[in-house]
Design a protein around this ligand. Structure first.
Ligand code: F6R
Length: 617
């Protein structure tokens, strides 16, 4: 939520900032702005004072870009921001950067300052003048209040004063050779390169300039100059932290000819799935030592709790089914936002698995912190190396889907499902419920999954056709049973979040307990109907909605001819094992949501009111 980018180096920073913001637009798109230290300076009290030029616009980055087209700024040090509004409407005056009374200190911020009204009152009494309705504006005024010749120490005082979360980055006309940043429980990474140094909310923002990164921990501050990065712990002591290298390619953060990131990312799934299996399945053997649990610890496990939000929550539901089936360990699944407040029971022989593609979702982070205080061992599943979740967990299992830029999760979902399958197999093998024959059979089938997904993608036009025929409907019900149920939830979530059409996911057997009242000729029922042990049951459920004049779209298994008698449209997915069906069935549903949203001219990469990393509660 909100994206920050900052650069200091040898190059002019205007375009670096704007390009960085474009790559961060998925984090917020209500307004955007930059502040640059200009080369011209005046003298104040014998000191050289550089002009801080701030340019900001309401709306998307494109509006800022248009504004900047005819403005020539030579500065090599600047900060930029794209906003997802929390306090104050998405207007130009509320856009970041915000400045102090003198206009010499400019600040960008991502997060929420919970004590901002009391700070604002205190600052107003001291004569500070506020112009916006944002919580952020207290920050430059606080820095101004604390400033005694060193912006870093002012920032360190500020960090101690703030309640809430945030990443804060500031520049000042008093010292044009530095950028100061702080992390107060919101992501901020440091990019290091020969031509200068960067701060950003997320690595893809500056991937075209560097792949060497360092992360900041909570309450740490950082001073960037063009050739130096200094990180300070909460006590102000210098920290020695070496950068790490990430292997994401630049093209992975670009559309590469696709109309949207979402479509590109849907098509990248065979690769993301293969990459996530790579090294974990070799020569028919399973290597999952990352779990970091001894055989005895696994044998002693009494319960697994899985927490997650949104799409990751649907992975958690799949994980529950798989682990209970293959490893026979009871699994509880919770929304992170519920888990953290419901006073969960945690015991020493429980394992907590937190699933989050971004690794920064605040509800999931808060939930693991709560569980940690109760002594739980935490395993994180995330796509982002160095993310807060990765750093705060006892062990991390990375999905290797590559950066996901579209707000809507697609390739990270299928990569997460693969991790759940591998974990289920691994636990099942150690617990003795999966023998070598079964393991071999399952691994062989897993190895076919990327090609089977590719087979579905090759027929994307068939889904497009179904979407074109049904996009005028106003109510969509996604029905599934057992392995199809989490996929029904995911299909509905995808559709509603990018098309803004009402959609519900339901266990098909529950229809008669209420939702069937919604069904009439305006309704589309999307049935996820594998030929598994509940096939006949779901067919009866489909008959019930058909009798009420709903249009039926079936996601069925190749070779199932009977389904044609029940459905108006059928899309076939390749045959696979019952337990693995979900990872195939979700792909046509992602495409279905995509094409319906495109029919309604929606911006699928940046759906309204949503952001990629939900770093506020
Ligand atoms: C849906 C979507 C969101 C996220 C949710 C959790 O397409 O993207 O529902 O799944 O915000 O995000 P992570 O996985 O980053 O914790």
């Amino acid at each position: 939520m909100c994206g920050i980018v900052a650069y200091i180096g040898n190059k002019k920073c205007k375009n670096i900032l704007v390009n960085g913001l474009k790559r961060l637009e998925y984090r917020g798109y209500d307004s955007a702005g930059i502040a640059i230290l200009c080369n011209d300076s005046t003298s104040e009290g014998g000191n050289c004072l550089h002009r801080v030029k701030v340019i900001k616009k309401a709306g998307k980055i494109g509006a800022l870009e248009d504004e900047l087209e005819n403005i020539d700024i030579d500065g090599v040090c600047g900060i930029g921001h794209t906003r997802w509004a929390t306090h104050g409407e998405p207007t130009e005056v509320n856009a970041h950067p915000h400045t102090d009374c003198s206009g010499n200190i400019a600040v960008v911020h991502n997060g929420i300052i919970e004590n901002y009204s009391e700070l604002r009152e205190m600052l107003t009494k001291k004569g500070h003048k506020f112009v916006s309705q944002t919580d952020t504006e207290v920050l430059p005024h606080l820095l101004e209040e604390y400033y005694d010749g060193d912006l870093l120490t002012s920032m360190q005082k500020l960090v101690k004063k703030i309640k809430g979360s945030g990443a804060v980055v500031a520049i000042s006309g008093y010292n044009h050779e530095e950028i100061i940043g702080a992390r107060i429980a919101s992501p901020l990474v440091v990019g290091v390169s020969r031509d200068g140094n960067f701060l950003a909310s997320d690595m893809p923002a500056v991937l075209e300039h560097t792949r060497n990164f360092t992360v900041l921990n909570d309450y740490e501050t950082v001073r960037l100059t063009k050739d130096k990065v200094e990180i300070f712990d909460p006590e102000g002591k210098l920290v020695n932290r070496e950068p790490f290298k990430i292997n994401w390619s630049i093209s992975s953060a670009e559309k590469s000819g696709y109309e949207d990131f979402m479509l590109k990312e849907i098509f990248e799934q065979p690769y993301g799935v293969k990459e996530t299996m790579r090294g974990r399945i070799t020569d028919g053997r399973l290597n999952f030592s990352e779990l970091n649990l001894s055989t005895q610890q696994i044998k002693n496990l009494k319960k697994i709790q899985i927490i997650a939000c949104g799409t990751s929550y649907h992975t958690a539901l799949i994980g529950k089914q798989i682990i209970e089936k293959w490893a026979k360990i009871p699994v509880e699944v919770d929304f992170s936002s519920e888990y953290r407040y419901r006073g969960p029971l945690v015991e020493s022989d429980y394992l907590l698995i937190a699933i989050t593609q971004s690794g920064e979702t605040i509800d999931t982070l808060a939930a693991i912190r709560e569980a940690k205080t109760k002594g739980a061992k935490i395993v994180a599943i995330t796509n982002v190396v160095g993310s807060t979740m990765a750093r705060e967990s006892s062990s991390v299992i990375y999905t290797h889907a590559g950066p996901e830029i579209g707000v809507c999760a697609t390739k990270t979902f299928t990569a997460q499902i693969i991790v759940m399958y591998l974990m289920g197999l691994y636990l099942g093998k150690i617990k003795g419920y999966i023998d070598d024959v079964k393991l071999k059979e399952l691994i062989e089938e897993l190895n076919f999954i990327p090609n089977k997904i590719q087979n579905i993608l090759n027929r994307a036009n068939d889904i497009k056709h179904i979407a074109n025929k049904t996009c005028g409907h106003t109510c969509f019900l996604f029905l599934g049973r057992i392995y199809g149920f989490p996929i029904a939830l995911e299909g509905a979530l995808k559709l509603k979040e990018i098309s803004y059409i009402h959609a519900e996911g339901y266990p098909a057997g529950e229809m008669k307990h209420g939702p069937i009242a919604l069904t009439d000729k305006r309704t589309v029922v999307v049935g996820i109907i594998p030929e598994d042990f509940v096939y006949e049951k779901i067919l009866s459920n489909i008959q019930e909605v058909k009798a009420r004049k709903a249009t039926v779209v079936a996601i069925a298994t190749e070779g199932d001819n009977k389904i044609k008698e029940y459905a108006d449209y059928v899309f076939y997915v390749p045959k696979t094992m019952d337990e693995l069906y979900g990872i195939l069935a979700v792909v046509p549903l992602q495409l279905y949501a995509y094409y319906i949203a495109k029919n309604h001219n929606r911006n699928v990469d940046q759906p309204r009111n949503l952001a990629k990393s939900v770093t506020v509660e």
